[in-house]
Design a protein around this ligand. Sequence first.
Ligand code: NAD
Length: 473
Amino acid sequence: MSAQRFLAGGRWLESDRRVTVRNPWNGRTASEVFLASGEDIRDAVCGAAEAFGKTRFLQAYERAGILNRIAAEVEASAECFARTITDETGKPISYSRTEVDRSVFTFRTAAQEATRMEGSVLPLDLAPHSRSRTGILRRFPLGPVAAITPFNFPLNLVAHKVAPAIAVGNTVLLKPSSSAPLTALLLGAIIHESGLPPGALSVLPGPGAEMGQLIESPEVKLISFTGSPGVGWDLKARAGKKKIVLELGGNAAVVVDESADLDFAIGRILPGAFGNAGQSCIAVQRIYVHRALYAEFERRLLDSVACLAVGDPGDEKTVVGPMIDEKAARQAEEWVREALGGGARLLAGGTREGALLHPTVLSHVSREMKVHSAEVFAPVVTIAPFDTMEEAIALVNDSCYGLQAGIFTADIRRAFQAYGEMEVGGVVVNDVPTYRIDHMPYGGIKDSGFGREGIRYAMEGMTELKLLVLNLA
Ligand code: NAD
């Protein structure tokens, strides 16, 4: 089988090593991909530094034009992108199509934001020694950015790094997930033809452990990482003086208050917990329900879980497909077993066929169980009752993570209480923590992250403020 080449320093290259990308549903080979060697990565870093000499001077209309061309080309190839995402990750096809639509939105938003990089004028005549002085404050691009991305949104999470980088005039060294590099290579081919200077984007498939040069090279000015907390915090420890943005995992919680509309809440919790086989950093993992509603909530939730379409991700109706691989599904199954051994009750699911874990609901969990306290990243949820809003908020906060939380309530005071007291990067009222539109500021506190994405906010992280002082006397 022929293998796909990778993009380094403006050239499509082969190497003497390949990785086989498999479809997690049927185990068939989706494609083979050549892996970038250390020398290729070095050349790509040099290429990115050289190309920055051009991208930093691109005008706003040129950067916006490039981003709009990329958006249009992704849109024109939408079905090909969706099929590739499903092929390499096992994501249900309807979810893959949504991801493609979102990434078009992400590139178009970046095109708009590229034309809105405003600065400010700062009065400096605040003391006698500073008479006649005025300041101008603007943001400037940093240089080459290392973008390291996970498997679960192989297009839109790449877009969340590449689009703001282009919008501000940076260059990008993209290291896609080794499980799912095909979508990134497809996008790389479009960006290569978009009018960006050669070398401004490299797409470098390879094992994470071999990416030392991206972390250590002085030419790389920012590491933008999305992935698991262990890897992310280790990169931060190694980053030295480089800037770093970390978008990591969580065990997101949702609260269903006694005033909530149960049908609406369950209708949202279902895809929030089980869509994409729970493999979203903001997937619902912990559900806290007011005791007055608990029995009814549990009954209706289990009825709905029993009706979920589970199986072939190529089927238009499927909501829960396979996980990324059998190893990941086995780990989640093991954590469920461990919880059951510790006294948890299995209300639904718990069974596995290969990489497919059936939607699983557990009650009577305790805080030391991994299904509760660690990031399960699988179609597994826990449910528990609470009596007061103070207790519910304390339960949400009883986590080392803090990405997003949701609360279903008809009481505006409780909504604001949650906003004020939940220890997360974003509180979502009357929806699941899984809610996201791509221009909103997004990111976590505690172990869940460092910095924010969401185009404008990512652009801030990818630029440096510089002051101009004018003496106009
Ligand atoms: P992962 O941490 O295993 O891999 C992420 C990326 O890092 C991959 O490209 C991988 O090859 C690379 N990598 C691994 N070790 C590395 C190293 N030592 N040096 C450099 N790169 C290295 O994560 P995953 O399994 O692909 O994705 C799932 C994780 O991502 C979950 O924890 C999930 O919550 C998180 N995630 C977070 C967000 C967010 O926006 N906060 C979004 C999606 C996924």
